[in-house]
Ligand binder design. Sequence first.
Ligand code: HEC
Length: 178
Amino acid sequence: MMTFAFALPGLADELEINLGTLATEAELHSRSISIFPGGRGLPPGSGGVGEGAELYRARCRTCHGETGSEGPASRLSGSDGWMSFSDPLRIVRIQKNPLLVMSVGAQWPYATSIFDYVRRAMPHTAPKSLTNDEVYALTAYILYLNELVSEDAILTKENLPGVEMPGRARTVDVWQEE
Ligand code: HEC
């Protein structure tokens, strides 16, 4: 515990600020939940499209729509990267190119980022509430909605990094490591 003492005119003579203790390297490592593009950081576990579909209906559909593309929240599916002017979510188009779809399936270059994002941020009202198996299952279902894995796919830390995303060809790779 660190203690700092300040002398502030007009305020209490001594102000104690508890900054806690510094984390060790090992503690930092064990608390890190970042997943790198090539799969570093992926936890053990597995999940399939079927379980993912059920979880999606219960915990994601109200915000992301029946098939992941109806909204009202961000589009998860729509893999060709293009859409028409009548698209209900056209408000989220990239401004410079009014026809490019903002969809996870169309734009994200790495399938591993879906795992990272869903685990840390979704569902929006209860982030970090999903188990690793549930996140694998939801990742599988999102990839299935984008026709990037088959209906019977079961994802693990071994095979998730191998899923090829169409967005990879549309992005510049700045990662020096996997
Ligand atoms: C209460 C509404 C809500 C629920 C429920 C919800 N989401 Fe989201 N989701 C959002 C919003 C809002 C965003 C955009 C967040 C942002 O950009 O900061 C988002 C973003 C995302 C993204 C990133 C999209 C992008 O293009 O950046 C993914 C992937 C995602 N959600 C997956 C899920 C999954 C899987 C579930 C179910 C476990 C889920 N969401 C449940 C509201 C929701």
